[in-house]
Design a protein around this ligand. Sequence first.
Ligand SMILES: NC(=O)c1ccc[n+]([C@@H]2O[C@H](COP(=O)([O-])OP(=O)(O)OC[C@H]3O[C@@H](n4cnc5c(N)ncnc54)[C@H](OP(=O)(O)O)[C@@H]3O)[C@@H](O)[C@H]2O)c1
Length: 333
Amino acid sequence: MKLIELHNFGDDGFQKTERGMPSPCIGEVVIKVHAASLNFRDFMIAKGLYNPNIELPLVPLSDGAGEVVSVGNDVTEFNVGDRVMSVFWQDWNENNSNRMVSTGSDAGGVLTEYAVLPKEAILPIPEYMTYQEASTIPCAAVTAWTCIKAANIGSGDSVLLLGTGGVSILALQILKAMDANVIITSSSNEKLEQAKELGADHTINYNENPEWGSEAFSLSNGGVNLVIEIGGESTFPQTINALTIGGHISVIGALSGINVELNLMQMVFKNVHVHGITVGSREDHMELNNFLEQHEIHPVIGKTVSIDKAINEIYGMSSGSHFGKIVIDISDD
Ligand SMILES: NC(=O)c1ccc[n+]([C@@H]2O[C@H](COP(=O)([O-])OP(=O)(O)OC[C@H]3O[C@@H](n4cnc5c(N)ncnc54)[C@H](OP(=O)(O)O)[C@@H]3O)[C@@H](O)[C@H]2O)c1
């Protein structure tokens, strides 16, 4: 079987490898991976910017979907032939919030034709979804879901999304299914048009309008209820400008830097709620899958490439040229 391993951090650390078929131990399943998807984290891991203490070599990528081909002796929850997707945190569930092990970082990932995962690290794929679509869910969509849940967003609420990457576009799709109002920013007018076609109510080009937060405040008639924050240093002040009184910020990333200068009085007077989000638990993921199934949401895949092009795509993620998710097709058919 073909797989890709990260051997060194930097610009040239991946190696393509061939191995024999794996077998499952107690509590494990082997999955024939059909599709995997990329997250910005995968780029950071490759460069050594995420956690320099990660043990190498590592099979990268947290997010994949495929078919169970064998199960460990004691596994009764899954059967050969089941369609499953990976779970981001292998040990975050209703019985344990002290999560330590994430797929594709602390444990081996899914950029391989056959992945061995603990049974706690997989969930069934909603019936209507393709493998490619399912591969976009474990990190980006679960994160979008927990951000939205943390702020208790519902019909008629306003949400500001920053940029048109994986998390923002999945959040847009979830929010429109909830009948929320969505304002989205981008550096590209073309991407903003695509976001409008997906239902975005208002769009702002953050390069053309540096006061995008204040514009979002006006467009939402008194401020948005939630901003999903991915920018950090260069975006946080505008994010606070965009909020209504009692509004929420779900902080997930810091693409422009981690050192933020805060106007604490503005935060006090706006009664701002700040949530740090790290994807979500198994139960969050299950709840999202039910929601997706109920609304038959098809995640937006901006680009699909074969496993031979996966390494270039991981390094290329920082260009931000994609819209929605990038999927690696690993099926051999
Ligand atoms: N904490 C968590 O649980 C969690 C989970 C998932 C992701 N994240 C983090 O969230 C961030 C986004 O992840 P992703 O997977 O969605 O990334 P992605 O698919 O690579 O999307 C990145 C997009 O962000 C936009 N962007 C970049 N710099 C920006 C800035 N300064 N202001 C506004 N928008 C900007 C760009 O959109 P345009 O091209 O439209 O301008 C870019 O295409 C990353 O930092 C990632 O590490 C965290």
